[in-house]
Design a protein around this ligand. Structure first.
Ligand code: ATP
Ligand code: MG
Length: 228
């Protein structure tokens, strides 16, 4: 396709640890189109989270290019990256990463503060996405008053609130039992069906089976890339 949503060219990422250099990503080329549903797999330490952090503009590569939605983000400064991140990326983490002592509604509305919406706009949109994840009846609950699956729904609603181009999820079912995992994966399928681009990391083949494309990393390079 002429204009992929994500175009990564020969991305490398290494880390300096004392007087040693750790080579983590060793030259990744990748294109992902709008509307794809991708699972990223591979052994522990193969570089999945490092790649997700780059895709999500939480980090920049040591070398190579990353063009997201037509913009070269590989050389951007922190403040520009933060703006792109807030607008284009929705993150979901294994450990939910919700603010404690803060209601589901306020957790979900939070990213809209940085995007400059008024309080009433923020609440209206947060209610809309909480309904979308079937949590309309838990809006006033704080994270410690919710189950793991419900917490992850709040986190997914928060990821969706600014209508990002991409939803990135790093082992979103890693802390959930298998029944709850299935519910969360159904939700990701719905989100994908509504036109969102979804990229998730998982260790489990049955979770990866929800995606339409499976990319396997090994030792910092792409070992295989299979589309159903
Ligand atoms: N900030 C850092 N400094 C030094 N080394 C790092 C840093 N971040 C990651 N690494 C190294 O990069 C390698 C890949 O880490 P990464 O977290 O991307 O793996 P992963 O594929 O997500 O593994 P897991 O399945 O266990 O989550 C590891 O060897 C790790 O030690
Ligand atoms: Mg990881």
């Amino acid at each position: 396709m002429a204009n992929p949503l994500i175009k990564i060219t020969n991305i490398k990422r290494d880390f300096v640890l004392g007087n040693e250099i750790v080579y983590v990503l060793k030259g990744i080329d990748l294109e992902i189109n709008k509307g794809e549903y991708v699972a990223l797999m591979g052994p522990s330490g193969s570089g999945k989270s490092t790649l997700m952090n780059l895709l999500g503009c939480l980090d920049t590569p040591t070398s190579g290019h990353y063009v997201l939605n037509g913009k070269d983000v590989s050389k951007m400064k922190d403040d520009e990256l933060a703006e792109i991140r807030n607008k284009e990326i929705g993150f979901v983490f294994q450990t939910f990463n919700l603010l404690p002592r803060t209601t589901a509604l306020d957790n979900v509305a939070l990213p809209m503060i940085y995007a400059g919406y008024s309080k009433s706009e923020r609440s209206a949109r947060a209610i809309e996405v909480l309904k979308q994840v079937n949590l309309a009846d838990r809006m006033d609950h704080q994270p410690n008053q919710l189950s793991g699956g419900q917490r992850q729904r709040v986190a997914i609603a928060r990821a969706l609130v600014n209508k990002p181009s991409i939803i990135l999820a790093d082992e979103p079912t890693g802390n959930l039992d298998s029944k709850t995992s299935v519910e969360i994966m159904k939700l990701f399928s719905d989100i994908h069906a509504q036109g969102n681009t979804v990229i998730l990391v998982t260790h489990e083949e049955d979770i990866a089976a929800y995606a339409h494309r499976v990319i396997r990393l090994r030792d910092g390079i792409i070992e295989s890339d299979t589309t159903k």
